[in-house]
Write a protein that binds this ligand. Structure first.
Ligand code: SF4
Length: 213
């Protein structure tokens, strides 16, 4: 990354982490996937039960494979040959997990998390259940405020995910949300995390680079 842009991006991450702290959430900044894994290994003890939300970032950073190699009890939603009934149970197990890993559709500079789900399992687990939630994302997901977060989802996250999942929704073809009522709609449950009562519960980790949508 250009050094001048890097400096601006770092300031933006710093500002967001300061505001996360005001909202009783913890922020971190790592340079690469090696630092990310070292940090997670320090924050999540051996024998912890672990679950994940649907996330391209977790795949792109290698965190899914990394979790599988750790001495954790992994409720693996991506396990080969998993049946719909088993997946339902994995989603339910996530609510009692010690640690939950996912990304976020957007984060505001005010330290708020914005997410939109199809089935709702991820926004539910971020809101309540797992002892600790680890949200991994790159600076391209930082927006000024909730209005920009909504726009980001409508113009980038949701259309890109619809294309990836080949849902056939209007945004798959136009690249922009038209508030569809399609069978394949993935925007069903909307969530804003503005504050936490337990300051040790949510941990947001920024990683340099560009990951996810
Ligand atoms: S509501 Fe429909 S058109 Fe809008 S982003 Fe979601 S799936 Fe696409």
């Amino acid at each position: 990354m250009d050094q001048h842009l890097k400096k601006v991006t770092e300031s933006r991450i710093k500002r967001t982490i300061l505001n996360l702290a005001k909202n009783n959430m913890n922020g971190y900044h790592v340079a690469n996937t090696k630092e990310l894994k070292n940090l997670l290994a320090n924050l999540v003890p051996e024998n912890a039960s672990v679950a994940v939300g649907g996330s391209m970032t977790l795949f792109e950073t290698g965190i899914i494979d990394w979790i599988r190699e750790q001495p954790y009890h992994f409720f693996d939603r991506y396990a080969e040959g998993i049946t719909p009934a088993e997946l339902k149970q994995v989603h339910r197990n996530a609510f009692s997990a010690n640690a939950y890993f996912c990304s976020s559709n957007a984060i505001t500079e005010r330290g708020e998390l914005y997410n939109v789900d199809g089935s709702g399992n991820r926004v539910a687990a971020i809101s309540y259940g797992p002892d600790k939630v680890f949200i991994i994302l790159s600076a391209n997901k930082i927006v000024k405020n909730i209005e920009e977060a909504v726009t980001r989802n409508r113009e980038i996250s949701a259309p890109a995910n619809n294309v990836r999942l080949n849902t056939g929704t209007p945004c798959t073809f136009t690249g922009s949300c038209s508030d569809c009522r399609s069978e394949g709609r993935i925007c069903c449950s909307y969530s804003i995390i503005a504050h936490q009562r337990d300051k040790d519960r949510i941990h947001v980790i920024f990683i340099d680079g560009q990951y996810g949508y």
